[in-house]
Structure formats: structure tokens, C-alpha cells
Design a protein around this ligand. Structure first.
Ligand code: ZN
Ligand code: FE
Length: 251
């Protein structure tokens, strides 16, 4: 799948999923219309669909303008977000099929950051592409605005269980602060130390750390490591829920 990241508001990401054969693109989380229009024009692409991960304005703020440019296109979002996503036409439940950028994917319900919301997963032979919105970031996770730690952990478990070689496309460029917090928690973990250096190098080179690797998140993101023995020893916890709740308190 060809993915074109589009920066909006400085640290948000919208993504164009490009269908090369049709010269069309779907857009994930267009918080602003301007930058999306610019990248569509640059690529000679026609907008074919809008996919929203959740209702927050920095992810859906551009929808109104984009639908006037491409009247009648589908606007996908969670059924749980009904009434909260402008111009929504498709109300997705967990596991519903999704088509975008010439690819077939699946909606995964992601309660936690908000009470409803979806991630979009497009499988590929050796992994796939996951558009996670504000559920999972580099080194950290989204705020629990409308969900509980238990709910969020259940959501993250489902994302963690996706194929190892999945590319993760998050809703914000938060990797530097996320990995720095993970390093503060476990300053002697060599894998996290190495990742911090790689993140700094990537930011110096291109200003971005995407796509993230789901496998690397599994090894370095504390919010995916509630069953890690070292982390449990450090936090003085024993069970999954207990460990995750403690992580929510200390990070
Ligand atoms: Zn959000
Ligand atoms: Fe956001």
C-alpha cells in the first residue's frame, strides 16, 4: 500500500492511501483540509473516501471542506461516534470490512482514548498497515479521555496481536517524548537506549519517525509491555491489569 503522510497542525498526521491504478486516494484523519488538498493536487489524485479514527477536531476538522470538493464520497467512522463525525456516511462496528486506496482492510474498535473509535488495518503478505489514530503512539499511548485503563489495555492487546511486521501510522508525531518517558522509566534497558538514539537521528534527518514498527513498539513501548517481567519487578506489580494501571499512574 502506498501511504503519503500529510502533516497538519504541526504534529498531527493525516494519511493519503493512494490507489495508483485509479489515481485516487482515501484520506485518514483530515484534521485540516488545506494540506490534504495540496498533496492531492501535487499527486494528481482525486479524493475517493475519508476515514476517521475518532471524533476529535484535530482528526476530523477538514472533512466539511473536503466533502464539498468531492460530493458524495463515503465518510467512515465508528458507529459509536455517530453524531460526532461531520458528514459521516458509514457507521463501522468492530471487524467490518473497509476498502481504501485499492486495498481491503478491517475496522478494529478502539475504545480507550474515546468511548468509541476505530483503527484501520490493511493486511499485506508480510505484515500490513495500521492507522491507529490517538490509540497508540511511538513509545506511548493516547490520553484516556473517555475510557478506563482496563478498556484501553484490551484495545492495545488487540493491536499488539497484529502481525509482527505491521507498519504503524499514528495520529501524532509524539515519538520523541514517548520514548524519552519510556527511557526515564527504564534508563538501563539497552533496547530503549538504542531506540532513543535512532529517534533523534530520524528527527534530525527528516523531522519524522513514521512509519513506526509494531514489533519495535512491542519491545520498547511500556504500554504494550504489561506482562514484561522486568517492568513488573520495577513497578512492584504482578498481574496484567495491575501493571497497566500502575503504568497509567507513573507515566
Ligand atoms: Zn484524539
Ligand atoms: Fe489527536
Amino acid at each position: 500500500m502506498r501511504v503519503l503522510p500529510v502533516k497538519t497542525f504541526g504534529d498531527n498526521y493525516a494519511y493519503l492511501l493512494v490507489d495508483e491504478s485509479r489515481h485516487t486516494a482515501a484520506v485518514v484523519d483530515p484534521g485540516q483540509a488545506g494540506p490534504v488538498r495540496e498533496w492531492l493536487a501535487r499527486g494528481g489524485l482525486k479524493l475517493a473516501a475519508i476515514l476517521a479514527t475518532h471524533h476529535h477536531d484535530d482528526h476530523v476538522g477538514g472533512i466539511g471542506e473536503l466533502v464539498t470538493l468531492a460530493p458524495g464520497i463515503p465518510v467512515l467512522g465508528a458507529a459509536a461516534d455517530k453524531g460526532r463525525i461531520p458528514h459521516q456516511t458509514d457507521f463501522l462496528e468492530d471487524g467490518d470490512p473497509v476498502e481504501a486506496g485499492g486495498m481491503r482492510g478491517t475496522a478494529i474498535a478502539t475504545p480507550g482514548h474515546t468511548r468509541g473509535g476505530v483503527a484501520y488495518f490493511f493486511p499485506a503478505p508480510l505484515g500490513g498497515d495500521l492507522f491507529a489514530g490517538d490509540t497508540l503512539f511511538g513509545g506511548t499511548m493516547g490520553n484516556l479521555f473517555e475510557g478506563t485503563p482496563d478498556r484501553m489495555r484490551a484495545t492495545l492487546k488487540r493491536l499488539r496481536d497484529l502481525p509482527e511486521r505491521t507498519r504503524l501510522w499514528p495520529g501524532h508525531e509524539y515519538t520523541e517524548s514517548g520514548v524519552r518517558d519510556a527511557l526515564r522509566l527504564q534508563p538501563d534497558d539497552p533496547v530503549i537506549v538504542a531506540r532513543m538514539a535512532a529517534v533523534e537521528a530520524a528527527l534530525a534527518r527528516s523531522g519524522r519517525t513514521i512509519p513506526l514498527s509494531l514489533d519495535e513498539e512491542r519491545r520498547t513501548n511500556p504500554f504494550l509491555r504489561w506482562d514484561d517481567p522486568d517492568l513488573r519487578a520495577l513497578l512492584g506489580t504482578t498481574g496484567d491489569k495491575d501493571t497497566f494501571r500502575k503504568l497509567c499512574e507513573v507515566l
